[in-house]
Ligand binder design. Sequence first.
Ligand SMILES: N[C@@H](CCC[C@H](N)C(=O)O)C(=O)O
Length: 284
Amino acid sequence: MEIPFTKMHGLGNSYIFINTFDYPVEDEKLHDLAIAVADKDTGIGSDGLILIHPTDKAEVGMRIFNRDGSEGKNCGNGLRCVAKFAYEHQLVSKKTFTIETKAGNVTAEVHGDKDYVEEVTVDMGEPILNRSAIPMKGDEVKQVVAEPFVVSDQELAVTTVSMGNPHAVFFVDDINQAPLTTLGPIIEKDARFPESVNVEFIEKVNDRELHFRVWERGSGVTQACGTGACASVVAAILNQTMEKAKEITVHLAGGDLYITWREDNRVWMRGKAETSITGIFFWQ
Ligand SMILES: N[C@@H](CCC[C@H](N)C(=O)O)C(=O)O
């Protein structure tokens, strides 16, 4: 198969995008295709695969597959890239439009023009906080905030947030010492999270800034995670270390995102999206 693709990234969180308006791909091939394109040696190299697809539920649809071929329900960096692609390729004509995800519809606004969209703002919707909806095992509570969490003999405190996909957020004193590659993969697969979990470590810099590192479910360490940055700001506010309705700058490994948890309970994200390669992927 010769598959036309575009490689895009949000702050270094990179995906291979296939425009299925022009090039439909059969469902049963997507798991293997995601693994194939993501492979840096025999494929293109990325954190996964994203389909930009037609839908009657929104102006454009997005499906995201992690590096291991598993499907995620949401992807903040992917959404900004899909919005940029859709506007620059004239799949949509207005600067504000809806995108369908497996976690529901979101509204995106592009900043720039048809030749070059530089930034995108996305209304990421309301965070989901009930333990059972994360999902996380244990007695039902409305919010899991700074709950004791022992893993590999270490006593941590976890705050969990779903942005349509599950996140476990941990505060650290020094982001450079965060146990990303040691505890990240263990927490991802911890039995308390029946659907696995994305793992974030955050360090508060001041009332308006956070340092952030992520171990993503299905992809491992990535340079950035948009839903993770939203979840981390919600977690910081739930822990009463930051305030609602103020824009927080999240410093990710690949750059900055600007996140606000508004008084109406919706989380807004603003940040860059970039195109790096277009080409043809040859797949046997
Ligand atoms: N990188 C993404 C999230 C991708 C999906 C995630 N790994 C999952 O399985 O939930 C983002 O920018 O949000």
